[in-house]
Design a protein around this ligand. Structure first.
Ligand code: ADE
Length: 252
């Protein structure tokens, strides 16, 4: 084991979602493990470890399990993109999870639908203080020209339920079905609840912020790709820098 420092773990699923952060972290060390690269460095006065989990719940869970085991972070923050499910959400809005659920988890009749077997809960609560800090960072986000170029002028900040599962939503029918199943869902993505479960089981505070890249309908794949290419950098940097600036030191 290396020296133990009270790092904050920063996780995104795709390289584009965290590149703007990794660029400014100036990693002192990159540790490769299990096909992932853990970038250890400093950002906004904090020791951080950045890692790209890749896409889906298994990829995210294994990445974060190793992050917790090897780096012992005192908190984990996930940022990235999501599809808007609640019709009030617009592309460019920011969703901070209060709770997360695996929409595709169904062990009936052994356990109620969505309940995590043997954990006894379906919705995993994010750390309220960390989520508050992310929300404050989101409220302070100033739209840069590359984001404005997508027609995003005044993104709104939402808090509530994020649903995760191994499915990219790209039809209104699929969104409608999800809204019947989980009417409180604000946004859908493919990793957050997996990160949440691993952190919850290890007692590590975590929070998840997602920027709406698409509305999960027939245009989702194109909107997602465009947002990933053109707009996610400034959001990621603002959210991560904002949350790090507000995290208590955890030292002494
Ligand atoms: N992440 C971003 N957009 C998404 C969508 N439409 N479905 C699942 N995950 C997403």
């Amino acid at each position: 084991m290396g020296r133990v420092v009270p790092v904050i773990g920063l996780v995104s699923a795709m390289a584009e979602e965290l590149a703007a952060v990794i660029d400014v972290v100036h990693a002192e060390e990159v540790i490769e493990h299990g096909g992932r690269r853990y970038h250890r460095g400093r950002y906004a006065g904090e020791d951080v470890v950045c890692v790209i989990s890749r896409i889906g719940k298994v990829a995210a869970a294994t990445t974060v399990a190793i992050l917790l085991e090897r780096f012992r972070p005192r908190a984990v923050v996930m940022t990235g993109l999501a599809g808007g499910v609640d019709p009030r959400l617009a592309i460019g809005d920011i969703v901070i999870a209060d709770t997360l659920i695996q929409h595709d988890l169904d062990a009936r009749p052994l356990f109620p639908r969505h309940e995590i077997p043997l954990l006894g809960i379906a919705q995993l609560p994010a750390d309220p203080a960390l989520a508050d800090r992310l929300a404050r960072a989101a409220e302070r986000f100033i739209v840069p020209p590359e984001v404005a170029a997508l027609g995003i002028t005044a993104p709104r900040v939402w808090r509530g339920l994020i649903a995760s599962g191994d499915q990219f939503f790209s039809s209104s029918d699929a969104v409608a079905a999800l809204r019947v199943l989980l009417p409180d869902t604000l946004a859908v993505e493919m990793e957050g609840a997996a990160v949440a479960q691993v952190c919850h089981e290890h007692g590590i505070p975590f929070a998840v912020a997602r920027v709406i890249s698409d509305t999960a309908d027939h245009g989702a794949a194109l909107d997602f790709a465009r947002f990933l290419r053109d707009a996610c950098g400034p959001y990621a940097r603002a959210l991560v820098e904002g949350v790090l600036t507000g995290v208590p030191s955890g030292r002494g």
